[in-house]
Structure formats: structure tokens, C-alpha cells
Design a protein around this ligand. Structure first.
Ligand SMILES: Nc1ncnc2c1ncn2[C@@H]1O[C@H](COP(=O)(O)OP(=O)(O)OP(=O)(O)O)[C@@H](O)[C@H]1O
Length: 307
């Protein structure tokens, strides 16, 4: 399924307002407010235990909030007229019956939800699982379980998708696949919210971010704004620093100089290496410093956790 061969599926906005949830003495989420827009992929991010799953469970009507609201198109989940065709969710990839095949799982879910059984093959195709659909889930890899969870979320062809850690446990090919799949879902007009405990994991998949720590919102906005605040840097150094400075200048690469070498304002270490190679400059250091964005994420969530 791609954006071009699937009709538009208008998604509804998600609104969370003043949401608090306490379990006994534990405050999982506190006065949390944020918006998730249709037609975009939103990363819902925070360290383990920061309250992501609790928030998503409240949104899906699985847990009652202590205070505040979480709505889809202005309505609480229990007030949606057709919830299974409005919202699709994949919360726990590991909770499938190991003795059943993927196809049977989806057939049972479709029957329980009153969904046309023809959708089963369609969603299997959509997540690239047709080949494995008649094998027992007990033998599935984590990536295949993730795809099955996603297939279940898509059964009702919903405009809103709520996916808890869908990238967790995927191999590099699976990660590439899910990135483009999430993008195609949003391009069809759907609202897509994806939780993760690692910003780097979803950085290339999301348009917007909502970052929480210790149950409290620490940041929401576009990923582009977050990236612009902390641009990536490549560290490079050479025995002949004058020659390296000339090489960088000739290549038009902006840089600053520090005690450990030159900091070049680019994410592409190969570009810097090539500039040195062309100028015949030998290097002793060449690497990308940890992505600026990951540093920002850690700083934001550590500060939030301490609050
Ligand atoms: N049913 C529950 N009973 C008691 N405490 C709970 C319950 N559910 C969650 N919590 C607590 O609420 C806090 C937030 O947990 P939650 O699972 O929402 O975080 P998370 O960000 O989804 O973390 P993870 O990525 O580890 O799943 C944690 O301290 C957790 O122990």
C-alpha cells in the first residue's frame, strides 16, 4: 500500500488536555497537554517509565484518567460512533497466541470487530506479511510480530493510528520499511502517533515530536525546529592543520576550530573526508559527533525527570 494507490483517509486530530493519571501513590502522567495533527507522523517520546503507554491507554479508553481529557476528533474513545474504524492501535507486539497463525489472528479480530474478512489479505499485503501469514506466531521474529500488530491496527482502515514502540526490535531493513510505511499512512491523510524511548530511532520517520519525562511535557513542536536548534557536527583533525583548514575552505565547508580539531557544520563525515582527500591532506580524526538531536533529547528528558 502506498500513498498513491490508496484513497485518502481523513484522520481526526488528537487532543490531550490537562491529563493526569495516578496509580495508587504513583503519578504516571501529570497535567499533560498536547495536540497530534492529521496528515503527519508524530513521535511520542520519553525515557522508559515516563508515561507514554499510560497516555496511549487513556486515549484508547483502556484506563480512566484521574483528571483531564484525551480525545480523538473532539470525543473520548468511549463516545466515538464507530471506534474500530476511527482508531487502530498496536500496543503490545508480544501478546499474540503463539499457536495461531497471523492470518487466523487477523480473521478472529476482524470477526469480533464486524470487519469484512477480505480486509485480512489486504492488511497482510500492506505490511508485507503474506508470505508468512500461515505460519504460527510462536516462531515469529520481533519484526514479524511488529508487522502483525500493525496489520491488526489497520484492519478497520482507520484514520487514526496509535502505535506503541512499533520500531522496537526491528532489524535495519524493517526500520527502513516502517519509516516509509508510516510516511505513506500520513500522506494518505491519517493521524499517526508513534511512541518510542529513543529519539534517534524515530528521527527520520516523524514530522512532529511530543517529548515527555516523568509524566510531564517537556517539549512539543516540529522535528525540523528541534534539529535546527542543535545542528549536527563532524569533528576532523589532521597533522597539518593549515592544509586541512585550506581544504575545508576550498570545499566550502563552514568550520570552527577547537583544541580537539575542526568542527564542521555538516552531518556528512564522508563529505569532509572527500574534501581532505581531494586536497591530499592526511587525517588523524574524522567522525560525526553524537547527533545534536540526541543530545537535546537527553538534556530535555533529564531536566524533566529531575523536576
Ligand atoms: N497499572 C499500573 N499500576 C501501577 N503503576 C503503573 C501502572 N501502569 C504504569 N504504572 C507506572 O506509571 C509510570 C509510567 O509508566 P508507562 O508504562 O506509562 O511509561 P512508558 O513511558 O510507557 O514506559 P515504557 O517505555 O517502559 O513502557 C511508571 O512509573 C509505571 O511503573
Amino acid at each position: 500500500m502506498t500513498a498513491t494507490d490508496h484513497p485518502t483517509v481523513p484522520g481526526a486530530p488528537i487532543e490531550v488536555r490537562g491529563l493526569t493519571k495516578t496509580f495508587g501513590g504513583v503519578t504516571a502522567v501529570q497535567d499533560l497537554s498536547f495536540d497530534v495533527r492529521p496528515g503527519r507522523v508524530t513521535g511520542f517520546l520519553g525515557p522508559n517509565g515516563s508515561g507514554k503507554t499510560t497516555t496511549l491507554r487513556v486515549l484508547l479508553g483502556l484506563v480512566a484518567p484521574t483528571a483531564g481529557t484525551a480525545t480523538i476528533g473532539g470525543r473520548a474513545y468511549r463516545d466515538l460512533t464507530d471506534p474500530l474504524r476511527t482508531v487502530g492501535a498496536a500496543l503490545e507486539a508480544a501478546s499474540f497466541h503463539p499457536g495461531r497463525t497471523a492470518r487466523n489472528h487477523l480473521r478472529i479480530q476482524a470477526m469480533a470487530d464486524g470487519i469484512d474478512l477480505a480486509r485480512v489479505q489486504q492488511v497482510l499485503d500492506a505490511v508485507g506479511m503474506s508470505e508468512y501469514a500461515d505460519r504460527r506466531v510462536g516462531g515469529y521474529s520481533m519484526g514479524m510480530r511488529q508487522r502483525l500488530g500493525l496489520a491488526g491496527a489497520l484492519l478497520g482502515d482507520p484514520g487514526v493510528l496509535v502505535l506503541d514502540e512499533p520500531i522496537n526490535g526491528l532489524d535495519p531493513e524493517g526500520i527502513r520499511w516502517i519509516r516509509s510505511f508510516l510516511r505513506s499512512l500520513a500522506a494518505q491523510g491519517r493521524t499517526v502517533i508513534v511512541s518510542s524511548h529513543m529519539l534517534g530511532e524515530v528521527q527520520q520517520s516523524v514530522d512532529d515530536v511530543v517529548i515527555i519525562a516523568n509524566g510531564v511535557l517537556v517539549r512539543s513542536g516540529t522535528i525540523a525546529d528541534l534539529e535546527a536548534e542543535n545542528p549536527p557536527v563532524v569533528l576532523v583533525d589532521a597533522p597539518d592543520r593549515d592544509a586541512l583548514a585550506r581544504a575545508l575552505q576550498e570545499a566550502g565547508l563552514p568550520f570552527t576550530f577547537g583544541s580537539d580539531g575542526f568542527r564542521v557544520a555538516t552531518h556528512d563525515a564522508a563529505l569532509v573526508g572527500h574534501a581532505a582527500f581531494v586536497a591530499g591532506v592526511e587525517l588523524r580524526t574524522l567522525h560525526r559527533l553524537s547527533t545534536g538531536l540526541e543530545d537535546t533529547f537527553i538534556a530535555l528528558t533529564t531536566r524533566g525527570a529531575a523536576a
